[in-house]
Design a protein around this ligand. Structure first.
Ligand SMILES: [Cu+2]
Length: 176
């Protein structure tokens, strides 16, 4: 009798935590392959691609290309416009599978520095916003969005960890 009750509680919590994690995963921490199936290449309109998504802090951009055929440079706006990467390069990547975490709520500019590629269209800009700010655009009833605490993947993960630790503690108490 006692055992049945304990296992019921156990499965309830297991289910609740699974649902919680699924909801969390669906809402946060997206990974975007730049260019989707076209990857990072010439002849792709990256303005169209970047306009399709709302990027939030802690999202990840993945640039896929044959190593050596292209590269990835996070640059200043001036360098994005001029396509002259002799200065204004903030970060450079050339592995062929570059994973770039969008850590800040700011505007990012990316270009390829192989001669002719940037001017040919291998460049785009994205505006990365706080996750909570992006959520507020769907919820205009929020009375004071400016004071909404900033959410990011990191803090969500922290909350998940705390939740799981509490769950473990509770289970140990019930079972012990
Ligand atoms: Cu290129």
């Amino acid at each position: 009798m006692q055992e049945i009750m304990v296992s019921n509680i156990f499965f309830s919590f297991l289910l609740a935590s699974l649902v919680y994690l699924l909801l969390l995963h669906g809402a946060k921490c997206e990974t975007y392959t730049v260019g989707d199936e076209d990857h990072w290449s010439t002849g792709v309109n990256y303005l169209t691609w970047s306009g399709k998504y709302n990027f939030v802090v802690a999202d990840i951009l993945v640039f896929v290309y044959p190593k050596g055929a292209h590269d990835v440079n996070e640059v200043t706006e001036a360098t994005f416009r001029s396509c002259n990467a002799s200065n204004g390069v903030l970060s450079k990547y050339n592995s062929g599978n570059d994973q770039i975490k969008l850590t800040d709520a700011k505007k990012y500019w990316f270009i390829c520095d192989i001669p002719g590629h940037c001017l040919g269209g291998m460049r785009f800009a994205i505006n990365v916003t706080e996750a909570s700010a992006a959520a507020n655009t769907n919820n205009t009833t929020g009375s004071n969005p400016t004071t909404t605490p900033n959410k990011s993947c990191a803090s969500e993960r922290g909350r998940t960890m705390i939740y799981l630790l509490l769950l473990c503690g509770l289970l140990l108490k019930i079972l012990g």
